[in-house]
Design a protein around this ligand. Structure first.
Ligand SMILES: *Cc1c(COP(=O)(O)O)cnc(C)c1O
Length: 365
């Protein structure tokens, strides 16, 4: 079976984890600080604060901005559920803008949702492609809103030459399947020293110096063991991203011209990092999305539907009193058409050929 993702750890990770074990410093320590320096450099930010997960990074970012009860936060309905859960976790209300052809929040649909209760926008850089940030940046500045970027799927992605996580507060994930993986973990990036300072306090029980509590915090710390797994991958990120880009190019060449199938593309001015390679199987195609997925599985190729429904289409979210259901027809359409194919850095040329040949056979193309 060709897997949809493959953990990328080797001797560098093994050695660093062993070094941490032998150091006796298992909790947050020097390795976490090194990881923070690496993420600050990656996202061209002054500060980075490592936390226990990407979901926690989002919640901390919102808490740092003082967002809570009575505040509305605008985000994408076509995202991993954690984006929305994090907003609800701080007591805020969620509103959904629709998405564009890049699968990301469409700036044109954000503007009409802004009102006197709006406190923040949380764009999600889905599949590794940055959101069209300049217009989002403008809306947040014009209206005095906080900007919190969900960068979980896009470490290293750029738009207009700027890395994601540098426009507002960046929230990265180190979950096992992400482009930089530690099993679990998250990192928040910012150029605002006050946000960074508050995030550090919130992460560690609100403690400034030993037993001096400045605010009521949490235990959101990352361990040096996890940082040791992530560090070598961060060092290799530009290399693994190049391989993902190469694989995406090969897949798109091999899938060109199939009626009803839309391969993904990097939009003008965006540096896509290909966390996922996601095709659309439209109603004009010979097979539907689910039939193609089944065909691939039977042929030994894993694929994934990210995501089969928009978040507000799950009953527990739809019925939540702090979810406002705005219509998002483009997101609904995407949820029924998307299928992600393997694009990870360990694919061989033969496997890439196998994937495109298998899809072409399915469509008689
Ligand atoms: C993975 C992911 C998260 C959550 O990260 P965790 O580290 O799993 O908590 C949030 N948003 C998106 C878009 C993700 O893909």
């Amino acid at each position: 079976m060709i897997p949809i993702s493959q953990v990328d750890v080797g001797s560098a990770e093994e050695e660093l984890v062993l070094a941490v074990l032998r150091s006796g410093q298992l909790a947050q320590g020097p390795m976490v600080r090194e990881l923070e320096a690496g993420f600050a450099a990656l996202s061209d930010c002054e500060h980075a604060v490592a936390v226990s997960s990407g979901t926690v990074a989002l919640a901390v970012a919102l808490e740092c901005e003082g967002i809570g009860t009575g505040d509305e936060v605008i985000t994408s309905p076509f995202t991993f559920v954690a984006t929305v859960a994090a907003i609800l976790s701080v007591g805020a209300t969620v509103r959904f803008a629709d998405i564009g052809a890049d699968f990301n929040i469409d700036p044109q649909t954000v503007g009409p949702l802004v009102n006197s209760r709006t406190a923040a926008i949380v764009p999600v850089h889905l599949y590794g492609q940055a959101v069209d940030m300049p217009p989002i940046d403008r809306i947040t500045r014009d209206n005095g809103l906080a900007l919190i970027e969900d960068c979980a799927q896009a470490p290293g992605a750029t738009v207009v030459g700027r890395p994601v996580g540098s426009f507002g507060t960046g929230c990265f994930s180190l979950y096992a399947t992400k482009n930089v993986a530690a099993g679990e973990g998250g990192v928040l990036t910012t150029n605002d020293p006050e946000i960074a300072d508050k995030a550090r306090l919130l992460r560690n029980q609100g403690m400034r110096a030993r037993y001096e509590y400045e605010l009521i915090g949490h235990n959101y710390r990352l361990t040096d063991l996890q940082a040791a797994i992530a560090m070598p991958q961060l060092a290799r990120l530009s290399d693994t991203t190049s391989r993902r880009r190469h694989n995406a190019t090969v897949l798109s060449a091999g899938l060109a011209g199939i009626p009803g199938l839309i391969p993904p593309r990097a939009f003008e001015g965006r540096g896509h990092v290909w966390h996922q390679y996601t095709i659309r199987v439209t109603k004009h195609a010979k097979l539907n999305r689910n039939a193609l997925s089944k065909w691939l599985t039977e042929s030994g190729i894993s694929s994934g539907v990210y995501y089969p429904k928009t978040v507000p289409n799950y009953t527990c979210y739809a019925e939540h009193p702090r979810i406002i259901l705005d219509p998002t027809p483009e997101a609904d359409a995407a949820a029924s058409e998307v299928l992600s194919l393997p694009v990870h850095p360990h694919l061989s040329p033969a496997q890439l050929d196998q994937i495109t040949a298998c899809v072409r056979t399915a469509f008689d193309a």
